[in-house]
Design a protein around this ligand. Structure first.
Ligand SMILES: Nc1ncnc2c1ncn2[C@@H]1O[C@H](COP(=O)(O)OP(=O)(O)OP(=O)(O)O)[C@@H](O)[C@H]1O
Length: 588
């Protein structure tokens, strides 16, 4: 692995799952506390400045216009100056707050993705990828919003207290009148959020549903077209979109019931201040400036009270999102490096000893498989579909752990190898090669990113890929489409073989990796492999007679066991089960 130029996450999630979600997320908040506290402090100062402005307007009105004891311009300059200062402070506060939010998001994203990369095949057999993608985007966003914006909203609420204190010091009875509507706004805000929370939750779930339909149909567009299923899939999407529309309409209903009331309450507050304040002015107990100032306070203070509802909702959403994220993080990686790793000299010896294995869903795949492949030997695994051939490949690279028995590479149990060493030793080319949407060079060099162009070309030549790559306009720099769909099946397989060869593994397993390559090219590939790696151990899962012909020895797999072994000719002569499998499963 090369050193990454990016910063590592500053903190992770606390591993103790008995703690509350916020306590578990606390290390991430702590890691960015300087930025967060700076932002909160600035926003506090900005709000303190903002609270002063209506009071200054009051003094200016009373002294410069009513009493005429002071000049006006001094106040105008002061207020303008404070407004500019508040603008600058708010700009910085907002900038720091957003930076804090995105830094925390970066950490969360990295922590989750790092964990996902450590998870084994068994985990991915269980979990749906759409669900994981949603967790890695919207759930992170919900948690990040609450962690960064929650404290900021609280600061705004504390400023309401300061403003109230200031109003009390100016005119206590009027202050009480001005604040009368605030608790109502807060209560209504909370109620509105409570009413809309289930709906907004439904919206999220339904949007994820639409995303899954769109994602699956774009991924599977070739199949949709092949079966002329376009209209059916469009209808499917329409049904899904309709469910989203319904949820949004419900949400709009809730909002339109509550929002007008909430929007009009401050006006009621203004009218009350005018009435009570006006009467006080007439009685000489208040000044006109006070009424103007209190009007500003009524308008200034209602957003924080409205936000109380929002912070409660954000908290609920963040708690649910955090729980889903923690569910992933709390799932331990079951295939991990051993405490006391062994790295014997590589020879290419592969041994399965009485290996038993069932997939996580309970499907039994191997039941007492014994197999030995000597260094440098090439064997073909032949068997009926579902007999367990691919499973042999997956266990050799320890994508899963056995339920019984042992898999030994160079005499050492695969569980005792550091995973990177094991995967360098056992190269696998799957039957459906996955290519990344990057250049062919980068695809081939995936396991060895620092490989030179010459090394990449050598691997491509051995895999029979050089010819077609050279003919592409951009050669090795051609960027293949998503999953390599811009290449033919056979071309993709050859690139995948080159990718495995570049790592130069002492054990190479070709899991039906040449199925889409014509027999003549396959023969050339095997010739090249033979020349290149005389000492390499090769296991081919074979479905074609031509592929079987390249092997020194054939092993017949039946119901998760190796039931016979020998040369193709011997087996054909002595083993009726082999002849049967050849007749039903193997093409010429
Ligand atoms: N990820 C999985 N989860 C659950 N069961 C699986 C999984 N992969 C394979 N199986 C099952 O395990 C058994 C052995 O599968 P395996 O892929 O090893 O067979 P195979 O001999 O390679 O078949 P084929 O020749 O069709 O590729 C089959 O019954 C299969 O359905």
């Amino acid at each position: 692995m090369t050193d990454s130029p990016r910063r590592a996450p500053r903190a992770g999630i606390h591993p103790d799952s008995s703690k509350s979600w916020l306590r578990r997320a606390w290390p991430i908040v702590r890691a960015h506390r300087i930025l967060l506290i700076s932002s909160l402090t600035l926003s506090f100062i900005g709000l303190v400045v903002q609270v002063q402005i209506p009071d200054l307007v009051r003094i200016a009105l009373d002294r410069a216009l009513v009493d005429r004891t002071d000049g006006l311009t001094g106040y105008v300059w002061l207020i303008a100056g404070l407004a500019v200062a508040q603008g600058v402070i708010n700009f910085l506060a907002r900038l720091y707050l957003l930076r804090t939010a995105y830094e925390m998001e970066y950490d969360l994203r990295n922590v989750i993705f790092t964990h996902l990369m450590r998870m084994s095949y068994a985990f991915y057999d269980r979990v749906q990828s759409g669900e994981l993608i949603s967790r890695a985007t919207s759930d992170i966003r919900a948690v990040q919003m609450y962690l960064a914006f929650g404290p900021s909203i609280l600061v705004q609420c504390t400023i309401a207290a300061i403003a109230f204190a200031l109003m009390l010091s100016i005119n206590a009875p009027l202050a009480v009148v001005a604040m009368l509507t605030m608790p109502v706004i807060a209560v209504l805000g909370v109620r509105m959020r409570r009413a809309s929370f289930p709906v907004s939750w439904l919206i999220q779930a339904r949007l994820a549903g639409v995303a899954t339909v769109v994602d699956e149909n774009i991924q599977g567009v070739r199949i949709v077209k092949a079966f002329a299923g376009e209209q059916r899939q469009v209808d499917l999407l329409a049904a899904s979109a309709d469910r989203v529309r319904w949820a949004y309409t419900e949400d709009a209903g809730v909002r339109s019931r509550w929002l007008p009331v909430m929007d009009n309450l401050p006006r009621l507050g203004l009218a009350m201040v005018l009435l009570v304040g006006g009467l006080m002015v007439l009685d000489g107990d208040a000044t006109v400036g006070t009424i103007v100032a209190f009007n500003s306070y009524v308008l200034m203070l209602q957003p924080p009270f409205r936000m109380l509802g929002m912070i409660i909702m954000m908290g609920q959403r963040a708690a649910a999102s955090a729980q889903r994220i923690y569910d992933i993080l709390d799932t331990p990686a079951d295939i991990v490096d051993p405490a006391d790793p062994a790295t014997p000299a590589p020879r290419g010896d592969v041994r399965f000893e009485d290996v038993r294995f069932a997939y996580p869903d309970g499907t039994v795949a191997l039941q007492g498989l014994d197999l030995h492949v000597a260094p440098g030997e090439t064997i073909a695994l032949v068997g009926a579909t579902g007999s367990g051939k691919s499973t042999v490949a997956r266990l050799a690279a320890r994508f899963y752990d056995t339920a019984g028995g042992r898999v030994l590479i160079d005499g050492v149990d695969v569980r005792d190898y550091p995973l990177t060493t094991l995967r360098d030793r056992v190269g696998i080319v799957p039957d459906e090669p996955f290519l990344f949407s990057m250049s062919l060079h980068d695809n081939i060099a995936f396991g060895h990113p620092t490989a030179s162009r010459d090394q990449v070309v050598a691997a491509a030549r051995a895999a029979g890929a050089r010819g077609f790559i050279q003919e592409l306009p951009a050669g090795y720099d051609t960027v293949v489409g998503e999953r390599g769909y811009t290449l033919s099946g056979g071309q993709r397989q050859r690139v995948a073989i080159a990718r495995a060869l570049l790592v130069n593994p002492p054990v190479l397993i070709l899991d039906d990796a040449t199925s889409a390559i014509d027999v003549r090219v396959e023969h050339e590939i095997h010739e090249a492999l033979r020349d290149l790696m005389r000492d390499r151990t090769t296991v081919v899962v074979a479905h074609r007679l031509a592929t079987i012909g390249l092997a020194d020895r054939v092993v017949l797999i039946e119901n998760g066991r190796a039931v016979a072994s020998g040369t193709h000719t011997d087996l054909l002569a002595t083993e009726p089960r082999y002849a049967r499998v050849l007749a039903s499963e193997v093409t010429a």
